[in-house]
Ligand binder design. Structure first.
Ligand SMILES: Cc1ncc(COP(=O)(O)O)c(C=O)c1O
Length: 491
């Protein structure tokens, strides 16, 4: 029987400290730099003892569920186990204590790591040059599409090439980044087998197309086997091909985006190359490009002259900077450590086991729930709970987490109704996968009345989804204001 730990833990600024933290006065020089009206004697938070702070965060962590707690099959998010050696290496003083403004002669080790990581990622993707700067997948997309824009601007074709073509199975960040980079989005439908409709694709890709953007395997976990034909066709129209590498773990070491015909690639280091990334970060979304796009990459790039590493190369037609300093350096250290530790053989094993686990689960789930699209999947698959007597995907998800099994991604991709997007990753055991499958099977027997009450074993029980989205209160100030107003009404 599962019960999540439950504490009535106040937020950190409400923990009572014993003293009031005073701003130290040893250095009176600060006064000269801070305008008078902005100076304070205290910083408005109690001075909490170390143990209060530690207990606070340990309790919060116990109310949480992460890849270190258990099986976490969140499709598209790749919540694999992240080896602790990555964190140990990233915590070494030589990496942790350096400052980005230090002279390059003092940070040769860090620059070497960045240079080596770029070389490794070039090999894995087949791209000719890489920037490590973007801070996440979506940041990589925006960087890549800004490169597309700069390339066509340079060719004086930007006035006519206004469109980015994306499949209807795409992750929401693809059309969003295209729009942010100033392009119009043209959507191509998928066929019932879950892959891009090639006839519709050919209608959509024209001389107005700047880029075709796709992830392969796609968000249904299906390998787009007409990718070379699509790449040739898009190139024949003068467009570029953008690879959303969030799903690279389904193909790494087996093929490369370059072999499929892509010109630009972003990778999600925090997924494929193991950095813990719950709650939206931290991440890194390096972008690789083919030779003809090298000059547009963000600056600076790390170079090596045979003796020393420098971080000052500015590509001649650079789009500028997309993040400060080295990007999310800690994530780069973790990815470098992971790739070095795994080696090519280890990465191949990770890819094969992720695909094997996904198909094991897909086969079992298919016994009682439809899994649309082509049969064989890569690292993830999407089931649909639409059908006679089936509960809603959201109800199944709540039943799972109420029983200590983390829910899959639900309601994405949008082309599958009542979608449950399941990605076991290579780090799942057979026992964990079987427990998940069994709990989903059991959820089909749960009554509607019971579903309405679940979850009952968690700190946060059933919330009002409609109110949460129509009337969101994302800041503490908003919550407090509402509480105060409610109190005033009572008084
Ligand atoms: C297929 C796909 N593309 C792009 C992204 C965006 O990546 P990030 O969340 O790092 O911005 C995701 C994230 O889940 C994804 O699954």
């Amino acid at each position: 029987m599962y019960h999540q730990a439950t504490f009535d833990e106040p937020i950190v600024i409400d923990i009572k400290g014993r003293r009031t933290l005073k701003i130290p006065h040893e250095n009176e020089g600060y006064k000269a730099q801070v305008p008078e009206e902005m100076r304070r004697e205290t910083i408005g938070i109690g001075d909490r003892e170390e143990f209060s702070v530690i207990r606070h965060f340990v309790k919060l962590s116990e109310m949480n569920f992460g890849a270190d707690t258990g099986f976490y099959p969140l499709g598209s998010c790749t919540m694999k186990y992240n080896p602790k050696i990555n964190d140990e290496i990233a915590s070494l003083d030589g990496f942790r204590m350096i400052h980005p403004l230090q002279d390059s002669s003092e940070v040769q080790g860090a620059l070497k790591l960045m240079y080596e990581l770029s070389e490794l990622l070039k090999k894995i993707t087949g791209m000719d040059e890489i920037t490590l700067q973007p801070l996440a997948g979506a940041g990589g997309e925006f960087t890549g599409l800004s490169i597309v824009r700069a390339y066509f601007e340079c060719k004086k074709e930007l006035d006519t090439r206004r469109e980015v073509v994306v499949p209807d199975s795409a992750h929401g960040s693809n059309p969003a980044s295209s729009h942010m980079a100033g392009f119009d989005v043209v959507q191509v439908p998928s066929t019932s087998d879950g892959t891009v409709d090639i006839e519709k694709f050919k209608e959509a890709v024209t001389e107005r197309t700047a880029a075709f953007m796709i992830t392969n395997p796609n968000t249904l976990g299906i390998f787009e086997d007409k990718i070379v034909e699509m790449a040739d066709y898009a190139h024949s129209k003068g467009a570029l091909l953008y690879y959303d590498g969030a799903n690279l773990n389904g193909i790494m070491t087996k093929t490369t985006p370059a072999k499929m015909g892509f010109d630009i690639v972003h990778l999600n280091l925090h997924k494929t190359f193991s950095t813990p990334h719950g709650g939206g970060g931290p991440g890194a979304g390096p972008v690789g490009v083919v030779e003809k796009l090298k000059d547009f990459l963000p600056y600076p790039l790390v170079t090596f002259d045979g003796e020393k590493y420098s971080n000052d190369y500015i590509p001649p037609k650079t789009i500028g900077k997309v993040a400060s300093f080295y990007g999310n350096f800690g994530v780069l250290v973790r990815a470098w450590t992971y790739i070095k530790m795994m080696g090519e053989e280890g990465l191949r094993d990770a890819c094969e086991n992720a695909v094997l686990n996904s198909n094991y689960m897909r086969k079992k789930i298919q016994e009682f729930m439809p899994v649309p699209g082509k049969t064989i999947k890569k690292h993830e698959f999407v089931a649909s709970s639409v059908g006679s007597g089936m509960p809603k995907a959201g109800d199944i998800a709540k039943h799972l987490i109420d029983n200590g099994v983390h829910a899959p991604t639900i309601y994405f991709p949008l082309i599958v109704p009542e979608a449950l997007m399941i990605e076991p990753t290579e780090s799942a055991t057979k026992e964990e996968m079987d427990l998940f499958i069994e709990t989903v099977r059991q959820s089909l027997k749960v009554s509607h009345e019971m579903f309405e009450k679940e979850p009952v074993n968690l700190k946060v029980t059933r919330i009002d989804d409609v109110d949460a989205s129509k009337n969101p209160k994302p800041t503490l100030r908003m919550v407090r204001k509402e509480q105060k107003e409610a109190l005033q009404q009572i008084i």
